[in-house]
Design a protein around this ligand. Structure first.
Ligand code: GLY
Length: 345
């Protein structure tokens, strides 16, 4: 039996893949689906989220994005296609164009749009100066994904007495003490609005708004997710007045019709960040496999992580860029420890 600790999007997709391959699995989480996955907007957006020096993330993100249509179809969740980029003022347009250059240099094909073309795609936008379409950047609803996975996979709140052949740690920002220094929390605040049918954008919008960035992710049924702030604090995640004000100011400027929307939820969670912003997927101590540290990309990277964890358990394969052993602080198999699974969470 393989024990998976953590029932967020990573733990549950790993468990799903293992079950599909015929393994016996026990998923353990005292509070399933309430970590970073609960806040996630669900953008499958390797190009839109590309940043300087993060080529591996784009390469792996694209690989994982290609697995999403089949996973979404199997789970019966909607995959909403395409992402629009929109700049409000001319300085914003320059920032957006730098993003397009970066994306194009990595072999992606963004479609630049004039102001008029952008408004043709999304007439609900306010005053904008230009933008682009990223046709291969999609989105899913992480809560719908979690619900579909939970219908297939039972989750227990504490480990059973049965000895596990291996333990997979899929616990985001809360790995056991031996690994804790490898993952830091990066707070994100996110809002959920209920929007009338006439005001809901057709696809994900990523805005550059007077020097701020904001994204708006629509869902069937009229929900619009606004995100996200990003900051590192000594304290745990809380929703701040400043965070809410910044998100709402930017979103309203981008789409003035949102003044009519109902604000239904404000959530803060820590994203699990690593020193190089790539997750740790692969071996840890004897009998342990890590699947943590997915930072801004947990939903995107979930199906690839699931495959890599299952491949590792079956064949020993490790994807070099994600190998936890790239950090000397990672305790590894053979370093003296046997089983550490119980009571560490
Ligand atoms: N992936 C979006 C965020 O981390 O805010």
């Amino acid at each position: 039996m393989i024990r998976v600790r953590g029932a967020g999007i990573i733990g549950l997709t790993v468990a799903d893949e293992l079950l599909r391959r015929g393994h016996r699995v026990e998923v353990v989480d005292p509070d399933p689906g309430r970590g970073a996955s609960y806040a996630a907007a669900g953008m499958l957006s390797p190009a839109g989220e590309l940043w300087y020096g993060e080529s591996d993330l784009l390469r792996l993100g694209r690989r994982s994005a290609r697995l999403w249509p089949a996973l979404a179809a199997r789970l019966g969740v909607e995959l909403r296609r395409g992402t629009l980029l929109a700049a409000v003022d001319h300085a914003d347009l320059q920032a957006l164009e730098r993003q397009l250059d970066l994306v194009a240099r990595h072999g992606e094909r963004p479609l630049p749009l004039t102001r008029r073309e952008l408004l043709g795609h999304e007439p609900r936008l306010g005053r904008v100066s230009g933008g682009a379409l990223l046709p291969e950047d999609h989105s899913v609803d992480p809560r719908a994904v979690l619900a579909a996975l939970r219908r297939r996979i039972p989750v227990v709140s504490a480990p059973s007495e049965t000895a596990a052949e291996a333990t997979v740690w899929a616990v985001g920002t809360r790995p056991p003490a031996a690994y804790r220094s490898l993952v830091r929390g990066v707070r994100g605040e996110i809002l959920r609005l209920r929007v009338g049918a006439d005001d809901l954008p057709d696809r994900t919008l990523r805005g550059w708004v007077a020097g701020e960035q904001v994204y708006l992710v629509p869902r069937a049924g009229g929900e619009l997710v606004l995100g996200a702030t990003s900051g590192e604090y000594d304290a745990g995640p809380v929703v701040t007045v400043e965070g809410v004000a910044r998100l709402l100011d930017s979103a309203r400027r981008l789409m003035p019709g949102l003044d009519r929307a109902e604000l239904v939820e404000a959530t803060a969670r820590d994203r699990p960040g690593t020193a190089d912003n790539l997750p740790l997927v692969g071996p840890g101590r004897e009998g342990e496999v890590l699947a943590v540290g997915h930072f801004r990309h947990g939903v995107l990277l979930a199906p690839l992580t699931a495959r890599l964890v299952a491949d590792h358990l079956e064949t020993g394969y490790v994807e070099a860029a994600l190998d936890p052993r790239r950090f000397p602080a990672v305790p590894v198999a053979g370093a003296g420890a046997a089983r550490h699974d119980e009571g560490e969470r």
